[in-house]
Design a protein around this ligand. Structure first.
Ligand code: ADP
Length: 502
């Protein structure tokens, strides 16, 4: 009998492979970093062949580590960095250009022009997204416009486009299957999230031939079998989802109102809104979720640009700390921040403030402010920024959050999670398995092949490691939130004043 499900977690800085058993427990994993290319300021690329080779090598490494062969693997699921764009020749399999990574800003001018021409509303209505260079559409257009001969070849039907899931599915199946899933499609800014089709008007707007686009399938679906030259014995490729949607699924947020927050370099919050798309009045985006059946659901998504990154900044630039983990003990060494608030608006402020020009701001410094106060203010900013996004979601949906499931590197910090519970006034729950992104992909693949049979079975696997309940007095909490709001205003106000004067 097959023993395990394999998840391929293709992230921005590394490729990973994790093997899970029926209980959703990790039984083996391997990880490999790969090279980042910065050909010009603000540009970010990956080599698609290196994405593939690193993914293959971690697959083999994880299998060797656990002592399983392809025969023991019930299915394979993929989760991936979203929006990153690859265009390749369908005959030779050779990419015509490097992968343009989601972070790459090279097409922001193209997006500014579309906004100026009045396309924002139409794009929002159809795709649920706020026009941005982040999404795949303008990146595909850039490749077709800048790589010699690419447009002609694309029009002749010789080129394929894919996000990373699609590229891996195509490589794994030996070039047999050109497909993606709903969640990845919903991040391209070319997919109509209501009709669940590539949108012909958007394809025309970006001048992208429809024949390049992958077929769009459910996230839990038998895409195909791995080719003999890849794994010897074929493995079923049976799941795919973008990283954030995969984590939502891995956290078992299957129903409306359920929400997860991933505390990594940034924070990513997703709230399941069920079978109804919710249009945000607060600058959040609407996106498709991974489901166990043929129909995807909807979620609201909000992100915090600088979360764990502020802790890296304390360590690498200010040299105030030696390690991220040390912040927990430093925060506990003082009863509070002594009135200091730190807004890490290094790249502007996101939802719900949306001020691109805002910059990092600290208020409330006194002669008595210590390193511990300063570090604590930086750490607390993760919780305040999360609160801002949660409040925006609550207002958009008209209901309040009952609990927040958390994962990501910084969710290891108990101080952050306790403070988060206090500020949000709801419970914050950390599962035993915080590798929820990979777990989600494994679940999607395992469900498609009957390794797991129901969502209840998956829920039973979700085990609480620790729950944080609010304990802070309401008065104190409200005073802190007031302080944060003032600090946020200062971050925006300073930017405006500075611009006015310069
Ligand atoms: P990503 O996937 O975005 O690279 P991870 O989920 O691996 O991020 O989390 C890494 C981030 O979490 C880093 O920014 C780091 O500063 C922060 N971090 C890791 N451990 C802790 C900790 N114990 N306390 C606070 N922050 C932490």
């Amino acid at each position: 009998m097959e023993k395990v499900v394999m998840a391929l977690d293709q992230g921005t800085t590394s490729s990973r492979c994790i093997l899970f058993d029926r209980k959703g427990t990790i039984i083996g994993s391997a990880q490999k970093e790969f090279r980042q290319y910065y050909p010009e300021p603000g540009w970010v690329e990956h080599d698609p062949m290196e994405i593939w080779s690193s993914q293959m090598s971690v697959m083999m490494e994880a299998m060797t580590q656990v002592g399983v062969t392809a025969r023991d693997i019930a299915a394979l699921g993929i989760t991936n960095q979203r929006e990153t764009t690859i265009v390749w020749d369908r005959k030779t399999g050779v990419p015509v250009y490097n992968a343009i990574v989601w972070q790459c800003r090279r097409t922001s001018g193209m997006i500014d022009r579309l906004k100026a021409e009045g396309f924002t509303q139409m794009i929002r209505e159809r795709t649920g997204l706020i026009p941005d260079a982040y999404f795949s559409a303008s990146k595909i257009a850039w490749i077709l416009d800048h790589v010699s001969g690419a447009r002609e070849k694309a029009e002749r039907g010789e080129l394929y486009f894919g996000t990373v899931d699609s590229w891996l599915i195509w490589k794994l199946t030996g070039g047999k299957v050109h497909a993606t899933d709903y969640t990845n499609a919903s991040r391209t800014m070319l997919f109509n999230i209501h009709t669940l089709q590539w949108d012909p008007d958007l394809l025309r707007l970006f001048n992208i031939p429809a024949c390049m686009m992958p077929e769009v399938k459910p996230s839990s679906y038998l895409f195909g079998m791995t080719a003999e030259e890849v794994t010897g014995i074929p493995i079923r490729v049976a799941g795919a989802a973008g990283d954030q949607q995969s984590a939502l699924f891995g956290q078992c947020c299957f129903h409306r109102g359920e929400m997860k927050n991933t505390y990594g370099t940034g924070c990513f919050l997703l709230m399941n809104t069920g079978d109804q798309p919710v249009t945000s009045e607060h600058g959040l985006v609407t996106t498709l979720t991974a489901g166990a059946d043929d129909h995807p659901g909807y979620a609201l998504e909000g992100s915090v640009f600088v979360a764990g990154a502020v802790i890296q900044w304390l360590r690498d630039e200010l040299k105030m700390i030696h390690s991220a983990a040390e912040t927990e003990q430093i925060c506990r060494s003082v009863p509070d921040t002594g009135g200091v608030f730190l807004v890490p608006a290094f790249t502007g402020l996101g939802a719900p403030v949306w001020n691109q020009d805002a910059r990092g701001t600290v208020i409330g410094l006194t002669r008595g402010t210590t390193r511990a106060h300063f570090v604590r203010a930086a750490v607390e900013s993760l919780a305040y920024q999360t609160m801002d996004v949660v409040h925006a979601m609550e207002q958009d949906c008209g209901f309040s959050l009952s609990g927040l499931k958390v994962d990501g590197g910084a969710s290891a910090n108990d101080f952050i999670l306790q403070f988060q519970a206090d500020i949000l006034r709801c419970s914050v729950e950390r599962p035993v398995c915080t590798e929820t992104t990979a777990l989600g992909a494994a679940y999607l693949a395992g469900l498609a092949v009957g390794f797991w049979n129901s969502l209840d079975e998956l829920r039973a696997n979700w085990r609480l490691e620790r729950s944080f309940a609010p304990t802070m007095e309401m008065k104190q909490r409200d005073a802190l939130v007031r302080g944060w709001r003032i600090a946020e205003k200062c971050a925006g106000f300073a930017a405006e004043e500075y611009h006015r004067e310069s």
